[in-house]
Design a binder for this molecule. Sequence first.
Ligand code: URA
Length: 202
Amino acid sequence: MTAQPPEGARSVEQLKEAAASCRGCELWEHATQTVFGEGREGSKLMLVGEQPGDQEDLQGKPFVGPAGRLLEKALDEAGIDRSRVYVTNAVKHFRWTRRGKRRLHEKPNAGQVRACRPWLEAEIEVVRPGMLVLLGATAAQSVMGPAFRVSQQRGEVLRSPFGIPVVATVHPSSILRATDAESREAALASFISDLEVAGRGA
Ligand code: URA
């Protein structure tokens, strides 16, 4: 069954319930569950990540693993209260590959991102945020199109096809991958400054 967002959905809860049985692409087959967005309708900021990771897949909530902890710290330093932000992903099932006992993240492909876009659109319609923050290339390209380059336009307030302003920035897991403390600090500082731009514009 391919679940689509119900016409005229009015709440995140309604969308979440419908998305639980989405078979719009094959990723549901190896995922524990659909990980839908979380937060209140009317949230000023909507943060869009790539896809749930291992912890998110198990817990059924977005950004609860290591990248989520870093995101929380960065939001805090940017003066943004996470409880007032809607957090979601471009793709709502975990794509992974087995390496020994571990499930390793695999980037979703363009078809999987496209299949999941109606859910993101429906979330935007129901939440009506004042600003979207696109975390990394997958989210940025899902919203702004495949030619969009985060490296060229990060931290700028741009207009999205939804008519809502957006700020694109790096994905928090890229900061966790920094090879030394100095570059991690610098990457975190730039990330916080992008979030501050978004927070001011929301
Ligand atoms: N990375 C994401 O893009 N989203 C999550 O929910 C967790 C990690």
